[in-house]
Design a protein around this ligand. Structure first.
Ligand code: PMP
Length: 417
C-alpha cells in the first residue's frame, strides 16, 4: 500500500459509528424528512458522550463548586477545575490560570474590552479589526470607542474574502494597542493568516486577540506556538452545550486586568470598607459558572481528540471540495467567500431567489442551513448583498448530505424559475 492510500485509510472516519454518537441525527426534520444538518457554524450537534457527562453531573453530582465542604461539592469542584485543565491542554496554554470560563465568545470579548480595554486604551489609541468580523468583535470595541475616544481601524478584504495584508500592515502602527481578528470567518469560511498578523502586531508592540469561535472544532490551536495574547471560543460550537466558553489570556496580561464583574467567588475578603480580590482565574469568574457546561466541554474536547484533527480536517476538506464543485455548476449561483485558505463553510446567493426563501425551501427538504447576515452586516455591505444562504459542515456530515443540499437547491431554483 502506498503512503497516500495508507493515509486515507488512517484518516477515513467510520461515519456510521460517528453519526450514531449524535442522537439528533436520528430524528426527522420538517415533513418527516431526514434531518440534514448543515448549520454547524451556528452551533454544532452534541454527541452522547457530552450529553452523558452533563446529565451525570446534574442527575448524580449537582452541587455548587469551590465553597462547599461536602462530598458532592468537592467532586463538582474537581470536575470543573479538571475541565479547566482539559481546556489548557487542548489549546496548549502554559497554565490553568490562563483559562477563564465565560458564557461564550461574546462574553469573552466583552470581558477583554471592558476590563483590559478600559485600563489600557485611551483617547487616540488605535484598535485594528477586519471587515469580516462577527458583530461580537465589532460592537464591544465601538462601545470602548464611545467611552475612551480610541480609534477603530478596519482592515479591508478583497473580493474573494481574503484579508488585504498590505493594507493591514499599513494600519498597524506604534499607536496600535490591539489587533483583534477573526481566525476563521463564520460567513465566508476564510482562514486568516493569523501567524503573519501576530508577527505584524508584535513588531509594533500591539496585543492580539484571536476570535477562534469557528476554529477550535476544526483544527488544532496552540496558543503558545501562535503567541497570541488572547484567544476566545464558545463551547456550543465545539460539540458542547451553550452557556460555556473560554477566554485564554497570557497570565501577565490577565493579572493586570481588573475584575469586570464583582460578586461571589472572585474575592479574597469583603468588608463594607474594602474588598480584596481572589487570584486568577477566580478573579475574573464572578458568580456561579456553567458547571455542567464546563464538564460537558471537557467531554467534548475528549471526543474531538479521540477522532483526531487529521481525520476531521480531511473529512471537512473533502466535503468542501465536493460541495464547491457541485454548486459551481448551478447556473445563477454565486459563492460568497472563495479564499484560498478556507474552512468548510459555503455561503452563496442565487439570482432571483432571496437567501431567506432559499433557506425555507431547503428546510422543506429537511436541509438545515442558515440564511441571513450571520452577524456580519458590514461584510454583507462590502459584498453589496443583504444576506447569504450558508451551509456549514462538520465531520459527521457526509457526501450524501451534500447531495441532498445540492438537490434541494436545484429544486428551490425551479420554484422561482
Ligand atoms: N465570532 C464568530 C466568528 C462567530 O461565528 C460567533 C458565533 N456565530 C461569535 C463570534 C459569537 O459567538 P457566541 O454567540 O457563541 O458568543
Amino acid at each position: 500500500m502506498n503512503r497516500v492510500a495508507e493515509n486515507l485509510l488512517h484518516t477515513k472516519l467510520d461515519h456510521a459509528a460517528i453519526r450514531s454518537d449524535f442522537p439528533i441525527l436520528a430524528r426527522q426534520a420538517r415533513h418527516g424528512k431526514n434531518l440534514i444538518y448543515l448549520d454547524n457554524a451556528a452551533t454544532t450537534l452534541k454527541p452522547r458522550q457530552v450529553l452523558d457527562a452533563v446529565y451525570d453531573h446534574y442527575a448524580y453530582g449537582a452541587s455548587n463548586i469551590h465553597r462547599g465542604v461536602h462530598y458532592l461539592s468537592e467532586e463538582a469542584t474537581r470536575l470543573y477545575e479538571g475541565a479547566r485543565e482539559t481546556v489548557r491542554d487542548f489549546i496548549n496554554a502554559r497554565e490553568t490560570k490562563e483559562i477563564i470560563f465565560t458564557s461564550g465568545t461574546t462574553f469573552a470579548i466583552n470581558l477583554v474590552a471592558k476590563s483590559w480595554g478600559r485600563k489600557n486604551i485611551s483617547a487616540g489609541d488605535e484598535i485594528v479589526i477586519t471587515h469580516m468580523e462577527h458583530h461580537a468583535n465589532i460592537v464591544p470595541w465601538q462601545m470602548l470607542r464611545e467611552e475612551t475616544g480610541c480609534i477603530l481601524n478596519i482592515a479591508p478584504i478583497n473580493d474573494r474574502g481574503e484579508l488585504d495584508m498590505a493594507a493591514l500592515e499599513s494600519l498597524i502602527t506604534p499607536r496600535t494597542k490591539l489587533v483583534s481578528v477573526v481566525y476563521t470567518s463564520n460567513s465566508l469560511g476564510t482562514i486568516n493568516p493569523v501567524r503573519d498578523i501576530i508577527r505584524l502586531a508584535k513588531k509594533h508592540g500591539s496585543a492580539v486577540l484571536l476570535d477562534a469561535a469557528q476554529t477550535v472544532a476544526h483544527t488544532k490551536v496552540d496558543v503558545q506556538n501562535l503567541d497570541c495574547d488572547f484567544l476566545v471560543f464558545s463551547g456550543h460550537k465545539l460539540f458542547a452545550t451553550s452557556g460555556v466558553g473560554v477566554l485564554y489570556g497570557k497570565r501577565a496580561i490577565l493579572e493586570g486586568m481588573p475584575p469586570f464583574m464583582g460578586g461571589g467567588d472572585m474575592i479574597k475578603s469583603v468588608t463594607f470598607e474594602k474588598t480584596t480580590y481572589a487570584d486568577l482565574p477566580a478573579r475574573l469568574e464572578a458568580g456561579t459558572p456553567a458547571i455542567g457546561g464546563a464538564i460537558g466541554l471537557a467531554a467534548a474536547i475528549g471526543y474531538v481528540r479521540n477522532i483526531g484533527f487529521d481525520s476531521i480536517a480531511a473529512q471537512e476538506k473533502d466535503l468542501l471540495t465536493y460541495a464547491t464543485g457541485l454548486v459551481s455548476d448551478i447556473p445563477g449561483l454565486r459563492i460568497i467567500g472563495t479564499a484560498a485558505e478556507k474552512a468548510a463553510i459555503l455561503s452563496f446567493i442565487v439570482d432571483g431567489v432571496h437567501p431567506h426563501d432559499m433557506g425555507s425551501l431547503l428546510d422543506a427538504e429537511g436541509v438545515a442551513v442558515r440564511a441571513g447576515h450571520h452577524c456580519t452586516q458590514p461584510l454583507m455591505t462590502r459584498f453589496k448583498i443583504p444576506a447569504t444562504t450558508r451551509a456549514s459542515f462538520s465531520f459527521y456530515n457526509t457526501r450524501a448530505d451534500v447531495d441532498a443540499l445540492v438537490a434541494a437547491i436545484k429544486k428551490a431554483i425551479e420554484v422561482f424559475a
